[in-house]
Design a binder for this molecule. Sequence first.
Ligand SMILES: *Cc1c(COP(=O)(O)O)cnc(C)c1O
Length: 373
Amino acid sequence: MSLPDITVPADLLPVDGRFGCGPSKIRQEAVEALSAAAPALLGTSHRRPAVKDQVRRVREGLDVFFGLPAGYEVLLGNGGATLFWDAAAHHLIERRSAHAVFGEFSTKFARAVAGTPWLEEPVVVESPPGTHPVLEPVEGVDAYALTHCETSTGVAMPVRRPDPGGDALVLVDATSAAGGIAFDPVDADAYYFSPQKCFASEGGLWAALCSPAALDRVAAIAASGRHAPATLDLTVARDNAASDQTYNTPAVATLFLMAEQLDWMNGQGGIAWAAQSCLAKSSHLYGWAQSRSWAAPFVADPAQRSPVVCTVDLDDGVAADIVTGILRRHGVVDIEAYRKLGRNQLRIATFPAIDHADVEALTACVDHVVGRL
Ligand SMILES: *Cc1c(COP(=O)(O)O)cnc(C)c1O
């Protein structure tokens, strides 16, 4: 594609041009702290104190950040949120689950469950991209699958128990939401995510905040004799987490960067601060989109707009791939729409690590480019 020759003046550009929804901006301070810690940390055994300390920092940092109720445990393992879907099919879903499906990621979990031979066909409650469905109580279901923020569309749904008082578990894919949207941990039994989004680290790891009911379910399914490969065995993950380890070798840099981000966010005021910061940045973006004749928020209902993943439709006359192409040449990257959604759209992360002033600079840059097309 040949791009029009449009130059954005340097004084309009954001200081940091990373607005991707994952991998996402990693604060340079954290990278420098990693560099300083490296000689005594990187390339050392994950069964020794230096690395186990990083696992402990992550587990304690998450506990403090989310204000976990007594009895909740932080489990960790390799493979990211995608692997956790398979672990859930082995050790959290007893017989049948019900899924809110409203985009690529929620679809993937429902599909993973549908392909699991010992589980019944899952109940799927679907709504069109740009909205979220509401899960009602379903007879005979022992787990509800929610997605706190559907990263493919920029829709956020509330974390609430579909069947309060029932004993079905609530499993929440919080991969892009965790760390940027406040919720009450008592409303989820397994709130799981990867660290390359709000936790400003690298991919490859999963973390899950597990309630006593979830831990009991894991123990009961394991005791029933259902086979799980060790990599998907949540009793193995739990035992390892309890001694500040993972079952197999983790990426030490990922753990360190996540721990740094947690310390930083906890120092700023924890989840209340982070949620407010993301809300302020996303409000700027949605307000900006509404005030431009050639742009509009993709998610029609303001209550469903994600404060961490913002999707903005552009008019047919303004080609998103040209705008993103020109900005990419200037170091402003990863604001393309989710590929499979196939819309003329910008998708912009407003994660905690992303500066408010840079979000404002980004909208000024888009204005500049569109004004010269
Ligand atoms: C990014 C993302 C995933 C996938 O995470 P991986 O670390 O690649 O496994 C799953 N669900 C949601 C909502 C996501 O945003």
